[in-house]
Design a protein around this ligand. Structure first.
Ligand code: FES
Ligand SMILES: [Fe+2]
Length: 375
C-alpha cells in the first residue's frame, strides 16, 4: 500500500477537466438583451439572455477575424460582430448574415458557426457545458449537446412548492483548480483559518473520526455526529434534537461539493463548486437552499453572514498561499487529514485514464474507510 504514515509529495497539476458543466455567472447578473464576458477553463465566453430570458453562451471570438463578440450588438436573438457586422444566432452560433456579400456571391453563410456551448440556468446560476476539445477547428461546427442536464441542488419535502430560500456567495481565488478544491475539502484548516469569537477558537481542536464511502465519480462523508463544525449546524440545533440531525457531504468530479443537513422536516442543502477560470485562477461559488428560518426576516441574512465570513477567510488564505506557491515549492499530503485530497487526485487520474482507454472508470476506493484527524 502506498498510503504509509510518511508524508507523500504531491504537486497539483492543475489540469482542467472538460466534458462537464461549470457555473459561469450568477443568474441575477445576466440581464436580458445584454452581453456579458466570462471565462471558463481559459475559454473566453460571452453570455447573454435572449428576449424570452433563455441564457446562451458563445465563444467570445468572432469566427471571421477574432473580434470579441461581447463588443457587438445584441437584439435579443442574434449577436452582431462589431468589426464587419457578421451576425450569429445567439443559441447555436449559426451565421445569419455577412453584410459585405454581394447578390452574386454565393458563400454558404449558414455553414459558418461561431463557437457555442450548451447553457442552462439552474438554482440561481448560469451553467455552461464545456465539451472535450473537438478535432476540427472552431468556427465551422454545430454546438455539441450536453449528455446530461446541469447539476441541481437537492431539495426535500415541500420543496416542489417552492417553500425554500436560495442564496449564493462567490469569491475569486488566485490559485489553480486543484488547490482550490483540496482547500475546500481540507478538514485541518478549520481551527486556524475559521476562528471567530462567536464560532470557535483554535483551542476547541479535538479528535474526530469520520466515515467515508465511494460513490460514482466521488466519495461521501456520512455522519450523524452532533460535534460537527459545519456552518449551519449550530443554528439547526435550535430546531431539533442533536441526535436527529444527519449530515452528508459528497464530493463528485469535477468540482462539486454537496452538503445536506436534515433535522426532522427542516433541511439545509448546499452545492459548492470550484470553477477553473485559468490555470492559476479559480472561483468558488456556494449556493445554498434551506427551509428553516424561512419565516424569520433575519434568518437568511444570518446564514449569509456566517457563510460570507467563512468564504472570505478561505479566499484570504488562498491569496496568501498563492504567494508561497509562486516559486513551485515541494508539497506534501499527509494521512489522514489530506486523504480526501489524495482521493481527489486519484479520482481525476482514474477519470482521465478511463477516457483515454474508453474503459470503465476504476474507482480509487474499494470500500468504506474511516479517517481520523484533529480539528
Ligand atoms: S471579425 Fe467579426 S465580422 Fe469580421
Ligand atoms: Fe475553509
Amino acid at each position: 500500500m502506498p498510503e504509509l504514515d510518511s508524508p507523500q509529495r504531491q504537486a497539483p497539476d492543475s489540469l482542467m477537466l472538460t466534458g462537464f458543466w461549470y457555473r459561469a455567472l450568477p443568474a441575477d447578473r445576466v440581464h436580458r438583451n445584454q452581453l456579458h464576458k466570462a471565462m471558463l477553463l481559459e475559454i473566453p465566453l460571452v453570455i447573454g439572455r435572449d428576449r424570452a430570458g433563455r441564457p446562451f453562451a458563445l465563444r467570445d471570438a468572432c469566427p471571421h477575424r477574432g473580434m470579441p463578440l461581447h463588443c457587438g450588438q445584441f437584439d435579443g436573438e442574434n449577436v452582431e460582430c462589431s468589426y464587419h457586422g457578421w451576425t450569429f444566432d445567439a443559441h447555436n452560433g449559426q451565421c445569419q448574415l455577412i453584410p459585405s456579400l454581394t447578390a452574386d456571391q454565393n458563400l454558404k453563410v449558414d455553414r459558418i458557426y461561431a463557437g457555442s456551448y450548451p447553457c442552462e440556468e439552474q438554482d440561481g446560476f448560469v451553467w455552461v457545458y464545456i465539451p472535450d476539445p473537438s478535432p476540427q477547428g472552431a468556427g465551422f461546427a454545430k454546438p455539441e449537446e450536453a449528455p446530461e442536464p446541469a447539476p441541481q441542488i437537492e431539495k426535500f419535502g415541500e420543496a416542489s412548492s417552492g417553500k425554500y430560500k436560495l442564496a449564493y456567495l462567490t469569491a475569486d481565488m488566485p490559485v489553480s483548480i486543484d488547490h482550490g478544491i483540496i482547500g475546500l475539502m481540507d478538514p485541518a484548516h478549520g481551527p486556524f483559518v475559521h476562528q471567530a469569537w462567536w464560532w470557535r477558537s483554535r483551542h476547541s481542536i479535538h479528535e474526530k473520526q469520520k466515515n467515508f464511502e465511494p460513490i460514482p465519480n466521488g466519495f461521501r462523508m456520512s455522519a450523524h455526529t452532533p460535534s460537527s463544525n459545519s456552518a449551519p449546524y449550530k443554528l439547526l440545533r435550535l430546531y431539533a434534537a442533536a441526535d436527529s440531525i444527519t449530515t452528508t457531504i459528497d464530493f463528485v468530479l469535477p468540482n462539486l461539493r454537496r452538503e445536506t443537513i436534515r433535522a426532522g422536516k427542516y433541511w439545509f442543502s448546499s452545492l459548492t463548486t470550484v470553477t477553473p477560470i485559468t490555470r492559476n485562477q479559480c472561483r468558488i461559488d456556494v449556493v445554498a437552499a434551506w427551509n428553516l428560518f424561512r419565516w424569520l426576516p433575519f434568518g437568511s441574512d444570518l446564514l449569509k453572514f456566517v457563510f460570507a465570513k467563512f468564504v472570505e477567510q478561505d479566499r484570504r488564505t488562498m491569496e496568501l498561499q498563492a504567494e508561497g506557491l509562486q516559486h513551485n515549492p515541494h508539497l506534501m499530503l499527509i494521512d489522514d487529514a489530506d486523504r480526501p485530497a489524495k482521493w481527489y487526485f486519484q479520482l481525476k487520474d482514474a477519470h482521465l485514464e478511463a477516457k483515454r482507454t474508453g474503459g470503465e472508470m476504476k474507482h480509487p476506493m474499494t470500500g468504506p474507510v474511516t479517517l481520523k484527524w484533529r480539528s
